[in-house]
Design a protein around this ligand. Structure first.
Ligand code: FCB
Length: 445
């Protein structure tokens, strides 16, 4: 497998996110985000890790962009920290925060690296959470104001935009299970948060298109292929219900198909939050959709799980041969299956894999990191992407998650996903063997 097999137009990149990398949590007038608050809560993050320094991208971005260049990576996806540019969420902007993103974008362009900007990768300003965060419909106008600020600043230089990162994950983990910020729980929080996230994509997509007619607007979705634990009818039905929640909830209203309530009755409660015009406002004609895949899920019927009557069977319990630091099964066919699933929707725009990667316990030995398991993971997943491409499926790019080791949400610094190793004491970077491999792969003509 060589780069040329994917064709000259295939987009190659690497992805990251502000909260996971920037650090500088209170520097230069930045306000607190829900993640700054959540990381201070007892028992929420493994080993009580926090992201006050993270991988110090705020100060070290020139070094990190140099590494991207060294690896011949042409596209860099990163996100903007909302409270860095609007410390109170709305109102008076923080010019130093805006300047940071301006420098970052300019630095990318000088180095011939194309910036792909995610507007919302989970770090909502804390002041807005105090008004309910995503459960408050006003989040739509807050987001509009924030987007307008960014557009006014870097809109003339950025061509690729993504509205949300993984609405399923931030609404379910953050507003239903309470394992991510802001740590809220239960359906009365999840339903409004989910509906407002769904509306936000179209609303902000339309704003970007009208303000910046030449740009490409996307949004990104998490997805996992779902397999029933057995051939028994009730496991098959449970897998279908899990698929609604894990894969279908947000893409289908965007495509004009409405919420998939018919296949998961427990979702009916979302209708309570729908206003008269919302059905018309949900669909949006994106220029591209980012899909992010790491693994598959195996699902079993369960009477004990309320609403969905299904549970995931953890990889460790299934005794699968390869499990990552996150406890996720290594299952490369999943990425093919997801490209196929999304490609099969009528009128689906271009698909890019905007995240795929893995965490293993890496170690520096004699100045290098021999992460052969990650190299194997990336090669096996790319082979499946190539297979999808050769089958004529709608996939046009691939971004590795992620550039450097960073703060992996509730896992703290335990899960290292980077192509570049970071020593969090000294902030020293060492390109792992996987980074060297990706670089050599991309360097080929
Ligand atoms: C995704 C997130 C990303 C990262 C990877 C491992 O769900 O978008 O920030 O944490 O998982």
């Amino acid at each position: 497998m060589v780069k040329a097999d994917f064709g000259a137009d295939f987009q190659w990149g690497v992805s990251s996110a502000a909260f996971q990398t920037e650090g500088a949590w209170d520097a230069d007038g930045k306000g607190a985000s829900i993640w700054d608050t959540f990381t201070k809560r007892k028992g929420k993050i493994r080993s009580a890790h926090h992201a006050q320094q993270a991988s110090d991208f705020y100060n070290r971005y020139p070094e990190d962009l140099a590494l991207i260049k060294e690896m011949y990576i042409p596209n860099f996806r990163f996100s903007i920290s909302w409270p860095r540019i609007l410390p109170n969420g709305t109102g008076k902007p923080n010019s130093k925060g805006l300047d940071f993103y301006e420098r970052l974008v300019d630095h990318c362009l000088e180095k011939n690296i194309t910036p792909w900007v995610t507007l919302y990768h989970w770090d909502l300003p804390q002041t807005l959470q105090e008004k309910g965060g995503w459960t408050n419909r006003d989040v739509l106008s807050w987001l509009e104001e924030y987007t307008a600020r960014i557009v006014g600043h870097i809109g003339d230089r950025v061509r690729h935009w993504m509205v949300l990162n993984e609405p399923t994950v931030f609404t379910a983990a953050g507003y239903f299970f309470g394992v991510h910020a802001p740590g809220m729980t239960g359906l009365p929080n999840f339903f409004p948060a989910a509906h407002h996230a769904a509306l936000a994509m179209g609303k902000i997509g339309r704003l970007l298109h009208s303000e910046l007619p030449d740009v490409l607007v996307g949004t990104t979705f998490s997805c996992s292929s779902i397999h029933p634990a057995s051939g028994r009818q009730r496991d098959i039905a449970a897998a279908k219900r899990a698929d609604v929640l894990i894969n279908r909830l947000f893409i289908e209203p965007i495509l004009g198909m409405g919420y998939p309530i018919a296949d998961l009755k427990a979702l009916t409660g979302i209708e309570k939050y729908m206003l008269a015009d919302d059905e018309r406002l949900l669909p949006f004609d994106f220029d591209f959709i980012g899909i992010q895949n790491y693994t598959r899920e195996v699902v079993k019927h369960s009477y004990f799980v309320p609403y969905i009557r299904a549970r995931l069977v953890p990889a460790k319990r299934r005794k699968v041969p390869r499990v990552t630091e996150m406890g996720w099964e290594v299952y490369p066919e999943a990425i093919y299956e997801m490209i196929k699933k999304f490609s099969d929707y009528p009128n689906i725009p271009k698909l890019y894999i905007t995240e795929n990667g893995t965490a293993f316990p890496d170690r520096i030995t004699d100045g290098s990191v021999a992460d052969h398991q990650r190299v194997q993971y990336l090669q096996d997943h790319l082979s499946q992407v190539l297979r999808a491409k050769q089958d004529g499926l709608n996939v046009h790019g691939y971004f590795v998650w992620t550039l450097t080791d960073n703060f992996e949400w509730a896992e703290g610094y335990h899960a290292r996903f980077g192509l570049v190793h970071v020593d969090f004491e000294t902030q020293q970077r060492v390109v792992k063997d996987s980074g060297k491999w990706y670089g050599a792969f991309l360097a080929e003509k």
